[in-house]
Design a protein around this ligand. Sequence first.
Ligand SMILES: [Zn+2]
Length: 167
Amino acid sequence: MGHDMPVEGTTPEPVEEAQWIAWMLQRLSGSPFRAKFRLADADRAYARAKGRATIYRHAHEMLRARIGAAHPLKDGKQTPWKGHPVFTAQHATATCCRGCIMRWHHIPKGRALTDAEVNRLAALVMAWIDRDLRDHPAQPELPIETEKTAAPPQQKATPTATMEPLF
Ligand SMILES: [Zn+2]
């Protein structure tokens, strides 16, 4: 989706993958549109239940299937906002459609992505999901209340003033 202006890096694009990911996340944080994305609670729960290896595999499969072709189906609106953690991460990392990939990642439209490009974009998507999960730790289970610790039932408040009948 084209709701933002790409932010250029302040340093040259690193070649090494971990450095490149950090550099890209920095660039993306400069775009209010990209930076506002967060995973939905349901997507966090799904990612934690499935595990990292599965989500990473999904990222590869979904990028390959939805943006990998030279002319992807419904390009520009093929990526839902949520429903899978990879979808939200794609918007956040500008890997949602070939227009965003062209403007942010400088990969031209009209040709299939290479395996190396899919791998690199999937690594960025996964790093973004990792960071969101780190920033939003799973809530600990609340202890089950026993009869002993349970609070006594609330006394029903008695109204201090009563309405006078109109008639
Ligand atoms: Zn897009």
